[in-house]
Design a protein around this ligand. Structure first.
Ligand code: GLV
Ligand code: MG
Length: 349
């Protein structure tokens, strides 16, 4: 067992000290692009100005014969651009792949000072994190980095979900997690071929009408991902890390995409992936708190200046707990308002 006193010591001589708190910045969408695709690479700086997080993807969706081009493309883009307050992340290949070691060695060595977070796919348990934690410390020391690179895990294996709390607690580098519904479905032998979202077969049905047993019975589609998102949100919140929805593959169904994103927002996620420019606006709309909710939450905070006691507001009971709920909403609105002048005006800050 490791001493709690050692948890915040660097894992390599010369590596930066681990962070005590995860930085909370606007993180409504992690926009994926393929740095091996020259058209996408050219557009990356323009897209960066519209998103909270830009991610150079090296893993799935990048063909095997372009893995190295993707890695080198990302090095070039990171070197050539200053993305301002937009975070730069990468998704590296999985730990058992032939590319992982060169992905992290090259990226940390060449542009480690520009990279905020490394997204790790197919995390199975805390042993994966311990390995990457130490390796990153060695690479950070070698590159003389001044701040640690954080880790974001994709929850996309059955074993990873079973170990989610241990993963969240494995290192102070854990920045957050995303749901990976495609790999997770395959790993669990779920019978859906969709990437995220619901399934018309996963439903509950009303009982038959005893007076008319053959009449059509209403049915209600259920959310296939509710259980996993719930576990991920609790595991992340328990360590001060951030939870995200993941990919929604039906680019042609913006309505269902928005619904799925909103479920995740309501359950505690701070953002989602955007796989296509059309999903950036959807994510922005969903993961920025609604102005009417913010106005209400501000009224509650104003009515209870020290956050204690009980008051009635428009017939609704408020106390210390509702004050905290409202503070979550107002704090998020303030964070987003710092980046988005239109929303600042709508929120009245
Ligand atoms: C994402 O990586 C997924 O597998 O859904
Ligand atoms: Mg995946």
């Amino acid at each position: 067992m490791r001493s709690p006193r050692d948890f915040f010591k660097p894992l390599a001589i010369g590596a930066p000290a681990p962070l005590r708190e995860i930085p909370v910045r606007p993180s409504r969408m992690i926009h994926f692009f393929d740095p091996s695709n020259p058209r996408m690479a050219d557009k990356a700086p323009g897209i960066a100005a519209k998103v909270d997080i830009l991610l150079g993807n090296l893993e799935d969706a990048v063909p095997i014969d372009r893995k190295e081009a993707a890695r080198e493309g990302l090095v070039q883009i990171a070197r050539d651009n200053d993305f301002g307050d937009t975070q730069l992340w990468t998704r590296v290949n999985s730990l058992d792949s032939p590319w992982f070691l060169d992905d992290v060695t090259r990226l940390v060595g060449e542009v480690g000072d520009k990279l905020d977070v490394i997204m790790l796919p197919k995390v199975q348990g805390p042993w994966d994190i311990h390995y990457v934690d130490q390796l990153l410390a060695q690479l950070e020391a070698k590159a003389a980095l001044q701040r640690p690179i954080l880790l974001h895990c994709i929850l996309e294996t059955a074993l990873g979900v079973a170990n989610v709390e241990e993963i969240a607690n494995a290192s102070p580098r854990i920045q957050g997690m995303s749901l990976g519904p495609a790999d997770l479905a395959a790993s669990r032998r779920m019978k859906t071929t969709r990437v995220g979202g619901g399934h018309p077969g996963y439903l509950v049905r009303n009982d038959p009408d005893p007076d008319n047993p053959d009449a059509p019975r209403a049915s209600y589609q259920q959310d296939l991902w509710h259980y996993t998102i719930g576990r991920m949100v609790d595991a992340c919140a328990g360590v001060g890390a951030l939870a995200f929805y993941g990919p929604f593959g039906a680019i042609d169904d913006p309505v269902a995409c928005e619904d799925q994103f909103r479920n995740a927002f309501l359950m505690g996620c701070v953002g989602t992936w955007s796989l296509h420019p059309s999903q950036i606006e959807i994510a922005k709309r969903v993961f920025s708190p609604p102005p009417d909710e913010v106005a209400w939450a501000k009224r509650v905070l104003d009515a209870m200046p020290d956050g204690s006691g009980a008051v009635m507001l428009d017939g609704k009971m408020q106390d210390d707990a509702t004050w905290k709920q409202c503070k979550v909403m107002v704090d998020l609105a303030r964070l987003i308002a710092g980046k988005d002048p239109d929303l600042r005006e709508l929120y009245g800050f």
